[in-house]
Design a protein around this ligand. Structure first.
Ligand SMILES: O=C(O)CCC(=O)C(=O)O
Length: 270
């Protein structure tokens, strides 16, 4: 099973249909789209996307464009984004950075999600010694009796389940995860900071501002902390905790029937 590195897998192709065709033809090294900003590359699709009402806020995207991660110079945003992946592919094990929360609406196919609560981060063989590592050496695809005792311990505490087309997944901040595409999958997703994850997000930024060796990454965390604490942002912060104006939310009043987007009830382990 090919494993792609979530941190480096955002690939750009001419058109979404070219990617779908490449996957359908099963060409070797079939292209995929990972976390491709709809606003930047597919604004026509973005017009049809509704954000789940459970995740109506992204405080980070309200920061001034020169400090917010994921906000480009032209003011466009990283999320919501598009994922298209061939059957049989999988991400590496990782945690989303900035302590951001995550939602994913699966439109086609099935994805098997394997996740671990944050307390198991250090059982899963982090690839670096950071307090908040984002990449791991443990590979769940080749977990066998020789896997380290701590990895097998974490494995027993996992939450896993199959996300089906029409389901929405919510992943809290700091959860380690690896995702297996059981079929050709198409999904729309977003990372976000809301009032429940804001303090953890600030803690992540403060930690990185103090420990990052790379000056560019250190300075970007410092700039974000400054921007959140700027008195000019205070009103934005209060309003931002209620809603994010650019988000068009799902009209749940009209969809009393939970389909097509049901909230994914965990099944499988636990
Ligand atoms: O659905 C996927 O392929 C992976 C999504 C993911 O792990 C992420 O965006 O962090």
């Amino acid at each position: 099973m090919p494993c792609y590195d979530a941190a480096h897998a955002m690939l750009q192709y001419g058109t979404v249909s070219a990617v779908l065709q490449g996957i359908a033809e099963a060409s070797p090294g079939a292209p995929m789209l990972f976390d491709m900003s709809l606003e930047r590359t597919c604004p026509a699709l973005l017009a049809d996307v509704r954000i789940p009402r459970l995740c109506p806020v992204d405080l980070m995207s309200l920061l001034p464009r020169d400090s917010a991660f994921g906000c480009a110079e032209d003011g466009s945003h990283q999320w919501p984004s598009l994922f298209v992946a061939p059957a049989g592919s999988a991400t590496t094990l990782h945690v989303d950075t900035y302590h951001m929360r995550f939602w994913m609406a699966l439109l086609k196919g099935r994805k098997r999600w394997v996740t671990f609560p944050p307390e198991h981060v250090h059982d899963l063989m982090p690839a670096d010694s950071q307090a908040f590592p984002s990449r791991f050496k443990a590979n769940l695809l080749s977990l066998n009796s020789t896997a380290q005792h701590r990895v097998r311990y974490a494995w027993d505490q996992r939450w896993e389940g199959v996300l089906n087309a029409g389901d929405i997944l919510f992943l809290p901040e700091g959860w380690v995860h690896q995702v297996h595409n059981l079929d050709l999958t198409i999904a729309v997703a977003g990372n976000f900071v809301d009032r429940f994850s804001y303090q953890a997000h600030l803690g992540w930024l403060a930690y990185h501002a103090l420990t990052m060796r790379d000056p560019a990454r250190r300075n970007s965390s410092i700039a974000m902390l400054r921007a959140y604490n700027d008195p000019g942002f205070a009103e934005n912060k209060t309003k931002g905790f209620q809603s994010t104006p650019r988000f068009k939310l799902c009209d749940t009043e009209k969809s009393v029937d939970p389909s097509p987007f049901d909230v994914w009830a965990w099944h499988g382990k636990r």
